[in-house]
Design a protein around this ligand. Structure first.
Ligand code: ZN
Length: 425
């Protein structure tokens, strides 16, 4: 008897849940395209997607989430993260103590922090040993709470350059990393490295056409890939449907990357007028990462925090980046939000909005950079970056109007990714 009662009850519950979609009632909801708020709307969600957004009906059917005291926005997208690393004073020596599994386990914690901060999607631009590909798989399988990840796996660069994992090692430890380990010298290596990324399960390609701040080599801005090598990476990437992100600080490296056909310039610190003109012509995106520059400049003041070579490069980067972003915005370059998360503490991503406003961007433009623009850069503008029917149910909420005070985005109180709630007020 017990079972004959229990079974129909369980079935009816199941039926009720699947038949009645979830509804989120928002006090205000941002249409990022128009920059206008819609008041008192209900977002109906089914199978992880938005079905409809209409005026609130009192006492509507199904499960309701009450966000009538909140402002709802699309889930945020960070176009430049390193979810499996967290920079600190022991980073350089950690490489000799930690295994890939250590970075992987830490990555699960950083992924959760990122999602809790309101970032429902990230473009991950570099790891070691493809640890981020394992993290993406665990998130996709629902084993780990984290943002939807598109990851480049290991970055591709040249011998002794910003991607060379053995920079600064003594010679018997340094070895000679090759295309199998993402270090290329010549177009044939470029093809090999991109194809290896396809085999490894990467979603896109990250290259290092210029020096960088945090590696133990002399120059932050020298060109480290030839135009020929960049063109080979881009041609190979296109065969496999990959986009290409280019870390580039120096003007010449930026020029080569843009002419070479990359999709985005990351950091772009010493971008000159010619670079901007070319970027506009080629429709190249700019991902500024001001918070990383500011953090590096601040930490460079702490004696011993960075090795001396790194400290001298880091000191001037922050103020320069914010100036470059201001000029690029005025010039009309397409800007996508990205932070270089991992250079500063994971979860603080939204501080970038304030830096972007400081650089001269209106708040709505900074939010577009982190939603519709970032989705377009990912080539997922038809499913991500907006609250509209047919889009992924990625929705965050804050108390107050972030168009008036963009700092409110540092206090996200509700997070939903693909219809699942990860944070509630
Ligand atoms: Zn980076």
């Amino acid at each position: 008897m017990r079972y004959s009662y229990a079974a129909p009850l369980a079935l009816s519950l199941l039926f009720a849940n699947s038949a009645q979609a979830l509804t989120v009632d928002c006090g205000h909801l941002l249409d990022v395209k128009s920059g206008k708020w819609r008041d008192n709307v209900s977002v109906v969600i089914d199978q992880g997607k938005i079905v409809s957004i209409d005026a609130q009906q009192p006492g509507g059917a199904g499960d309701h989430i009450d966000l009538r005291a909140y402002n709802c926005l699309p889930g945020l997208i960070d176009s430049h993260t390193h979810l499996t690393d967290q920079f600190g004073p022991t980073t350089y020596s950690d490489q000799f103590r930690l295994n890939p599994a250590d970075y992987a386990i830490r990555g699960t914690v950083y992924a959760k922090r990122t999602l809790q901060a309101g970032f429902t999607t990230v473009r991950n631009l570099g790891d070691s040993n493809n640890v981020s590909i394992a993290l993406r798989k665990a998130i996709d399988a629902g084993l780990v709470d984290g943002p939807r990840m598109y990851t480049a796996g290991e970055p591709i660069g040249s011998t002794g350059g910003h991607a060379d994992p053995s920079d600064g090692y003594r010679s018997d430890l340094a070895g000679d990393p090759d295309a199998m380990h993402s270090i290329i010298n010549g177009p044939a290596d470029a093809w090999k490295a991109v194809r290896q990324h396809y085999k490894d399960g990467a979603d896109l390609i990250k290259i290092m056409p210029s020096g960088g701040v945090l590696d133990e080599s002399r120059s932050v801005d020298n060109p480290q890939l030839t135009e020929e090598e960049i063109k080979a990476v881009v041609a190979a990437a296109h065969d496999y449907g990959f986009t290409v992100a280019a870390h580039a600080h120096g003007a010449e490296a930026i020029r080569r990357a843009v002419v070479g056909g990359v999709d985005s310039i990351e950091h772009g610190t010493f971008m000159d007028e010619q670079d901007m003109k070319l970027m506009k012509e080629h429709g190249t995106w700019y991902v500024p990462t001001v918070i990383a520059g500011e953090t590096a400049s601040a930490k460079a003041q702490i004696p011993g925090y960075y090795p001396p070579q790194v400290a001298s490069k880091a000191a001037g980067i922050g103020p320069k980046l914010i100036d470059t972003l201001g000029r690029a915005y005025k010039y009309g370059i397409k800007i996508a939000f990205g932070t270089d998360a991992g250079v500063y503490p994971h979860g603080d991503n939204a501080q970038e909005f304030s830096y972007m406003v400081q650089a001269g961007m209106p708040a709505i433009e900074t939010i577009r950079a982190a939603t519709v623009n970032a989705a377009e850069l990912l080539k997922h503008a038809d499913t991500l970056g907006q609250l509209a029917p047919g889009y992924a149910a990625d929705l965050i909420a804050v108390k107050g109007d972030p168009l008036q005070d963009v700092k409110l985005l540092q206090h996200v109180e509700f997070v939903m990714k693909a219809g699942t709630v990860y944070k509630k007020p």
